[in-house]
Ligand binder design. Structure first.
Ligand SMILES: Cc1cc2nc3c(=O)[nH]c(=O)nc-3n(C[C@H](O)[C@H](O)[C@H](O)COP(=O)(O)O)c2cc1C
Length: 352
């Protein structure tokens, strides 16, 4: 993303650089068992940041195949679409001792110069330096201020503020309060996550002080996602009250669709009362199989209320762009700011 100087880019420049490489300030969030290179490339083609978690491939070798596919794919998109903004792509790494592949996967990110590395759980200065050395940037996802400060101290370029109601391992913080507090000590890239489903939400994230919107659940329900068709349909049919925040599935609080939990043998009403305090449980489904987090129990955020279809990534991205432009116009009207008019033609010189 920056020249290969090894020196950390200034925070402001990084936000501007990343924005200049996208046509809409949207990062399609990495999602376990859902994101894949086709979905990421379709996102990049529309000028968004596409992504996937390294662990969506079973082995580091498979992960390297995906990186090659991404780099070749991006190059081809640029060649086939001259003048069009092709977004950069991102890879999510779980930086924790429970991830035995971290070292190998990071080495592959360095080898293939992954433009954006999204770290979860641990923010490590050595990793940040290694990514900066080849010109990449690091965004780190956080749900609270303690972790945000640690990540900022580790030198990350950006913080992803995962607010209450988000899909996956959501936080409990209100987005307004979380972004405001992060902005008090951090002037790098701020990305807001949680229930952002349309172009109006993207502009809202920016108005709140974020640079980018991070969209997960909205993209589970796309044609290209690897999610089970029944999972996509469940998102379309669900409303926010169908989302349960519980630690019962994986031991860490996350948001799941209640019907998928019930099918997997969980007592949903009980879990709703217990909330994040349930602790990991091991219910069996009707066939006596243990419910597997993410595979049989499906995660989604409260944004499901605003998701009504399963479009292709291309159609969704184009719609987001239109809605974003409309939102800007509506905001300008509300604020009494005249929308930018096309430049008036220069007055003709009087005839001699
Ligand atoms: C099915 C699913 C799987 C997810 N897997 C991951 C993951 O592997 N790594 C990660 O950093 N975040 C993961 N997330 C969280 C997303 O990256 C993102 O923070 C979240 O989806 C944003 O909120 P939203 O779903 O309300 O848009 C996942 C989210 C979902 C819905």
């Amino acid at each position: 993303m920056t020249p290969d100087s090894g020196a950390p880019p200034s925070p402001k420049t990084t936000a501007d650089t990343l924005k200049s490489k996208t046509s809409l300030p949207v990062i399609v969030a990495p999602m376990f068992l859902v994101s894949n290179p086709d979905m990421a490339l379709a996102s990049c083609k529309e000028g968004l940041v596409g992504s996937f978690p390294a662990l969506n491939q079973l082995t580091s070798q498979g992960f390297e195949d995906w990186l090659i596919k991404m780099n070749d794919g991006i190059e081809k998109l640029k060649k086939d679409n001259p003048g069009q903004t092709i977004g950069p792509y991102a890879v999510n790494l779980i930086v924790h001792k429970t991830n035995p592949r971290l070292e190998e996967d990071l080495a592959l990110c360095i080898k293939h110069k992954v433009p954006v590395v999204i770290t979860s759980l641990g923010a490590v200065p050595d990793l940040v330096k290694a990514v900066h050395a080849y010109g990449g940037i690091v965004l780190h996802d956080v749900t609270n201020i303690e972790h945000a400060k640690k990540a900022a101290a580790a030198g990350v370029d950006g913080l992803i503020a995962v607010s209450a109601g988000a899909g996956g391992h959501a936080g409990t913080r209100n987005p307004v309060s979380l972004v405001n507090e992060i902005r008090e000590f951090f002037d790098g890239v701020v990305v807001l996550a949680g229930c952002l489903s349309n172009g109006h939400d993207v502009l809202s994230a920016e108005v709140m002080g974020a640079d980018f919107a991070y969209m997960g659940t909205r993209f589970v329900a796309t044609k290209e996602s690897s999610a089970d068709p029944a999972y996509k349909q469940m998102i379309v049919d669900a409303s926010a009250t169908d989302v349960v925040y519980t630690s019962a599935v994986s031991g860490i609080p996350a948001n799941f669709l209640k019907d998928s939990m019930a099918k997997a043998g969980f007592d949903v009403e009980k879990l709703k009362k217990e909330g994040a305090a349930a602790g990991k449980l091991k219910p069996m489904n009707a066939d006596g199989e243990e419910a597997k987090a993410w595979k049989t129990v499906w995660s989604a955020g409260q944004g499901v209320s605003n998701i009504h279809d399963i479009p292709s990534v291309e159609d969704l991205a184009k719609r987001l762009e239109t809605e974003y432009a409309e939102a800007k116009e509506e905001l300008a009207k509300k604020l009494g700011i005249a929308p930018a008019k096309p430049k008036a033609a220069a007055p003709k010189a009087p005839k001699p």
